[in-house]
Design a protein around this ligand. Structure first.
Ligand SMILES: *[C@@H]1O[C@H](CO)[C@@H](O)[C@H](O)[C@H]1NC(C)=O
Ligand SMILES: *[C@@H]1O[C@H](CO)[C@@H](O)[C@H](O)[C@H]1NC(C)=O
Ligand SMILES: *[C@@H]1O[C@H](CO)[C@@H](O)[C@H](O)[C@H]1NC(C)=O
Ligand SMILES: *[C@@H]1O[C@H](CO)[C@@H](O)[C@H](O)[C@H]1NC(C)=O
Ligand SMILES: *[C@@H]1O[C@H](CO)[C@@H](O)[C@H](O)[C@H]1NC(C)=O
Length: 447
């Protein structure tokens, strides 16, 4: 009798095991069947054009006609669950917990979910792209997506002619649950639009108007198109919480070494600190920017952000070289208590290595954000910068980050050791390796 019970229990156990196995196989086969094609009807993300005019009164879309932002929207939760194929598109560790298939069955890890994230928890990233900057911008956005943890909201300001290409590129990226984007036309205040547009490089001064255009966004990270993130955007976003009560924005110094600094040697206008600041990576609490009254050298009255820009341009337009960055330098010269200066590794440029390595923080901890200005991603002057750009551009989402990104990159970097920046190539991958390791750690914890 007892033997019979034992046999029965054994059978029950075996049955349960095979059931589990069958389930997992089923889920796996469904996953493998899921087509990887772009435009797959099962792909759960739907793009929608909404009619919301982004350009408000008093603003002019310089590039002309459209003036429409492309809005993107995700389908409601329930529908996502029907599509097992989602698990093929997205690396499993980033899947929202509501998605069915193998992952629901075996994994119950807490995950970030775009739809459940409150707007205030999203990280807002803005970029302004004109001319031949499409591929570079998309590569920058990809680097943000690869390493970041919390969901990203991209605000892309681009000439109208680039909008459809941006849509095509962004809609075909994997990891759709990690980001959302809005496209905007380039626009300036109606008065003097032409003058703003041609300041320095076309469109560059758009960034000065972001606090006014994105009037319902609290905080924003603005970056140039030639930026690459080598660690999560979350980490630079966290600096917002370190602001003291008077700080409204954070930037890195223009130079570490005054002997080669530009502002301290050539500027014909006031500038912040010893060597000025670089506006290629600019973290802003725009709520505070909109509220602040700025001290200035044009009147004894303090002026709001929207009031100060035009008089500044009028007064200094003959003396400025780097356009809007110079205006920011003048503004923070008069309001130094409002600036948080972050170290050079958050905005690492060729200047930090071509005259000898002078960004000490990067030597210690690695480069966090790479800034390939002067076109170094596209020519052969600084092959170390170019190698990083190519590596991120070459990498396809979902591939193993060590095998498909880190190792080929290291091989390329080793070939650059005869150049000024290549000599310290280890600095270029120090943080990158750590970021990749962190992703694997998070992944295995999530299991
Ligand atoms: C994506 O962005 C658009 C425009 O900013 C917004 O209306 C929409 O709600 C966002 N979608 C999600 C899922 O957050
Ligand atoms: C512009 O530069 C000239 C020459 O250095 C200087 O004399 C002048 O005061 C500057 N203008 C302003 C507004 O600072
Ligand atoms: C920005 O500043 C406002 C006003 O001080 C504050 O309420 C808000 O929390 C700040 N945003 C962030 C992300 O710290
Ligand atoms: C905030 O920090 C800045 C820069 O260190 C400083 O100049 C300013 O006085 C500080 N503000 C307060 C209220 O402590
Ligand atoms: C990127 O791809 C190109 C072309 O396939 C290859 O020549 C180059 O070595 C790759 N670079 C890196 C850093 O992986």
């Amino acid at each position: 009798m007892r033997r019979l019970v034992r046999v029965a229990l054994l059978c029950l156990g075996c049955g349960l095991c095979s059931l589990l196995y069958a389930f997992s196989q089923l889920a796996l086969s469904l996953e493998q069947e899921a087509p990887r094609r772009q435009g797959d009807p099962a792909f759960p993300v739907r793009r929608q054009l909404s009619g919301g005019d982004v350009v408000a009164g008093g603003w002019r879309a310089v590039a002309g006609s459209a003036g429409r932002g492309e809005r993107t929207q995700l389908q409601p939760m329930q529908e996502r669950c029907k599509h097992v194929s989602l698990s093929y598109w997205n690396s499993y560790w980033m899947l929202p917990s509501d998605v069915c298939g193998k992952n629901c069955f075996w994994e119950a890890a807490p995950r970030y979910d775009f739809l459940k994230t409150k707007p205030s928890e999203k990280m807002h990233l803005a970029v302004v792209a004109c001319g031949e900057r499409l591929e570079e911008t998309v590569t920058m956005l990809r680097s943000a997506i690869i390493f970041s943890i919390k969901p990203l909201q991209f605000h892309i300001f681009a000439e109208d002619t680039l909008h459809s290409d941006f849509k095509g590129k962004l809609n075909s990226l994997a990891y759709q649950e990690k980001f959302n984007y809005t496209l905007y036309p380039i626009s300036f205040p109606t008065e003097n639009a032409g003058e703003w547009k041609k300041l320095f490089k076309p469109c560059a001064s758009q960034r000065l108007f972001l606090p006014l255009i994105l009037s319902d966004v609290d905080s924003l990270l603005y970056v140039d198109t030639d930026i690459l993130f080598l660690r999560p955007v979350d980490d630079i976003w966290a600096i917002l919480k370190k602001f003291n009560s008077t700080q409204i924005a954070a930037m890195a110094p223009e130079h570490e070494e005054p002997r080669i600094g530009w502002y301290n040697r050539f500027a014909r206008h006031p500038y912040y600190g010893k060597t000025g600041i670089n506006s290629g990576v600019m973290l802003m609490n725009m709520t505070r920017i909109r509220r602040k009254y700025f001290k200035n050298d044009m009147t004894t009255v303090r002026l709001r952000w929207e009031e100060i820009l035009m008089p500044l341009l009028k007064k200094y337009k003959l003396n400025i070289t780097w356009g809007d960055q110079d205006l920011l330098n003048i503004m923070f010269f008069h309001n130094p208590e409002s600036l948080f200066v972050f170290p050079c590794q958050w905005n690492y440029r060729p200047d930090h290595c071509i005259y000898g390595s002078n960004c000490q923080e990067a030597e210690k901890e690695g480069i966090f954000v790479l800034h390939g200005n002067r076109g170094v991603y596209h020519d052969d002057k600084q092959p170390a910068f170019r190698a990083l750009y190519d590596a991120i551009k070459n990498y396809s989402f979902g591939d193993d980050l060590v095998k498909a990104l880190l190792l080929p990159l290291e091989l390329e970097l080793q070939k650059t050791q005869h150049t000024y920046c290549g000599r310290i190539y280890k600095v270029f991958i120090k943080q990158l390796s750590k970021s990749i390791k962190d992703i694997y750690d998070r992944r295995s914890k999530g299991r």
